[in-house]
Ligand binder design. Structure first.
Ligand SMILES: [Zn+2]
Length: 457
C-alpha cells in the first residue's frame, strides 16, 4: 500500500527535494520547519486545481458598463495574487466590449472569487497582516508574514492593508452612529444569563499620543494629543488559585476617539446601548476627577448609572486639605488625614464634608490654607452623590477607577507609544479602529473570515 509520501514522490518528482529536506533533518522542530514549504506547495496546487476547474466552466458575460452590449471573451489571461501560502497563479477568461468601449478587461471569475480588479494579495494574508499589526510594528508584522508565506512582504504593504481595513472599520462605525442619531436603536449584544445578571461598569479616561506636527513629514516637534477612551464591561468575580475572590471584567468593550469629549459621547452611548445599559440590573459609572468626563456622565448616563468618584482621587484631595490646614510635615496633618480617609471610606459622606466645613471655620487659619480647604470642600461637595463608598462596597461595586484607567492605557500604550513612534492623524485613526475591532471581537466580521476554530470541533 502506498502511503501519502510515496504518492507525492511518485506523482510529483519536483517535490523530491522538499521531501528529502524533511527526511534529512535531525530534530523535530527543524523537521516541521522543513515541512512547511512542502505544505505551501501542496496547498497552492490544490487551490490552483480548483481555480482551473472553475475557470474552465462556461462564463456568463455581463453587459458592457458603458454601452450595454454583452461583453465577449478575449481568451485566457494569467492572474496572480500573493497568498499566505505564497504566490498563487491561475488563468481565467477576460472579456472586452465588442464595440470597442475603452474599459479595463473584465474577468467575471475574479469578481465571483471576491477579488478586486487590482488586488495583489489575498484576503487571508491581509487579515493576518492586519491582526499582527494590531500588536507589533508594521516591519515586524511583514517579517512574520514573510516567514509563513515564503515570500517577502513589505512593511508598506501591511501598512496599506491596515489603512484600507481601518477606514472600513471607521465607515462601519460612522454608519452605526448615524443610525443612532436618526433614532434607530442598535442591536444589543447577546450575553449569557450569568453575565446579564452582573453590573455593567462604564468609565472613560484620556491618554496622550505622539503625533506628527505636519502631515506627510516626520519633521518638527512631536505634537501630543489626547485620545478619549471609554470602557464598558460586566463586573464579575473570580477565585484565584490562592482562594482569594477578585473582581474580573467580562465582555469588555472599548471605544476611543482622537478628538473632543463631544466626539466621545455618542460613541460611548452607542456602545452602552449595545451592552444593554437599559436592561442591566445595575450600572456603575467610574471616573477620576476629570470634569469633562463627569459631564458625559451627567448628559448621558445619570438616569441609568450610579456615579462613583475614584476613592484614591477623593482621598488625594483630603490630603491636600490636611496639608494646607495642618502643615503636611506634621503628625497632626497625617493623623487628621488618616481619620478623614477612614470616615470617607466607611461612613456617610456628610460626616467628612461637615469636618471640612468645621476646619474652614477654624480660628487663626492663614488665608491660603483657608482657600485650599474651601476648594477641597467645594470639590467633594460637588461629588457628594458619588462618595458613598460604604454603600458601594456593600453592593460589591469597585471604589477605584483603576481597572478603567489600565484598560484605557493598555489600548494606546502597548502599540502607539513605542520608542520613536509618531503618527499621522489618519494613520493613527486607522490602526486604532482595527485595534478596537480586535479587542471588541469584531475583527473577523470586518474581514469576513473566520479564523477561530468553532468551540465544538
Ligand atoms: Zn461597450
Amino acid at each position: 500500500m502506498l502511503c501519502l509520501t510515496d504518492i507525492i514522490r511518485d506523482h510529483e518528482p519536483s517535490l523530491q527535494p522538499l521531501l528529502r529536506a524533511i527526511a534529512e533533518t535531525p530534530t523535530l522542530t527543524a523537521m516541521l520547519v522543513a515541512a512547511w514549504p512542502l505544505a505551501r506547495v501542496l496547498a497552492l496546487q490544490v487551490v490552483a486545481a480548483v481555480l482551473k476547474e472553475r475557470a474552465g466552466r462556461p462564463t456568463s458575460w455581463p453587459p458592457c458598463p458603458v454601452c450595454g452590449a454583452r461583453l465577449e471573451s478575449k481568451g485566457f489571461v494569467e492572474r496572480q495574487v500573493t497568498s499566505l501560502f505564497g504566490r498563487l497563479r491561475w488563468r481565467r477568461r477576460v472579456g472586452r466590449c465588442p464595440r470597442g468601449c475603452s474599459l479595463p478587461a473584465i474577468a467575471p471569475l475574479d469578481a465571483a472569487l471576491g477579488l478586486a480588479p487590482y488586488q495583489r494579495s489575498s484576503g487571508e494574508l491581509q487579515a493576518l497582516g492586519c491582526a499582527l499589526a494590531v500588536f507589533v510594528p508594521f516591519a515586524t508584522a511583514a517579517t512574520l508574514l514573510g516567514w509563513y508565506s515564503g515570500r517577502r512582504v513589505s512593511p508598506g504593504a501591511v501598512w496599506e492593508w491596515v489603512q484600507a481595513a481601518g477606514q472600513q472599520a471607521m465607515a462601519v462605525l460612522q454608519g452605526q452612529l448615524d443610525a443612532l442619531a436618526a433614532g434607530e436603536m442598535p442591536l444589543v449584544e447577546p450575553l449569557d444569563a450569568a453575565q446579564a445578571a452582573m453590573p455593567l461598569v462604564i468609565g472613560a479616561d484620556g491618554v496622550m499620543v505622539p503625533l506628527r506636527p505636519v502631515a506627510g513629514t516626520p519633521k518638527g516637534q512631536t505634537s501630543w494629543r489626547e485620545v478619549k477612551v471609554g470602557i464598558l464591561a460586566r463586573l464579575g468575580q473570580q477565585r484565584t488559585r490562592a482562594g482569594q475572590v477578585v473582581p474580573r471584567l467580562y465582555q469588555r468593550r472599548l471605544v476611543a476617539v482622537l478628538g473632543t469629549i463631544e466626539a466621545l459621547k455618542p460613541r460611548l452611548w452607542l456602545a452602552a446601548v449595545r451592552q444593554g445599559i437599559t436592561r442591566a440590573p445595575r450600572v456603575v459609572w467610574l471616573s477620576d476627577g476629570a470634569r469633562g468626563l463627569w459631564g458625559v456622565f451627567e448628559e448621558y448616563f445619570i438616569a441609568y448609572a450610579t456615579g462613583v468618584l475614584d476613592f484614591y482621587h477623593a482621598a488625594q484631595h483630603l490630603w491636600k486639605g490636611a496639608a494646607a490646614w495642618l502643615d503636611g510635615r506634621t503628625t497632626a496633618a497625617r493623623r487628621w488625614f488618616e481619620a478623614a480617609r477612614h470616615r470617607l471610606r466607611h461612613g456617610p459622606p456628610a460626616e467628612v464634608l461637615a469636618e471640612l466645613a468645621a476646619a474652614v471655620e477654624g480660628e487663626g487659619l492663614p488665608a491660603t490654607a483657608r482657600a485650599t480647604l474651601l476648594k477641597v470642600y467645594a470639590y467633594l461637595d460637588q461629588h457628594r452623590d458619588h462618595l458613598d463608598y460604604a454603600a458601594y462596597k456593600a453592593l460589591g461595586l469597585p471604589l477605584g477607577s483603576g481597572m478603567v484607567e489600565s484598560a484605557c492605557k493598555w489600548l494606546i500604550q502597548q502599540r502607539f507609544k513605542g520608542v520613536g513612534m509618531r503618527w499621522s492623524e489618519t494613520g493613527f485613526d486607522h490602526l486604532l479602529h482595527l485595534r478596537l475591532a480586535w479587542v471588541n471581537g469584531s475583527f473577523e466580521t470586518l474581514f469576513q473570515i473566520r479564523l477561530q476554530p468553532s468551540p465544538n470541533k
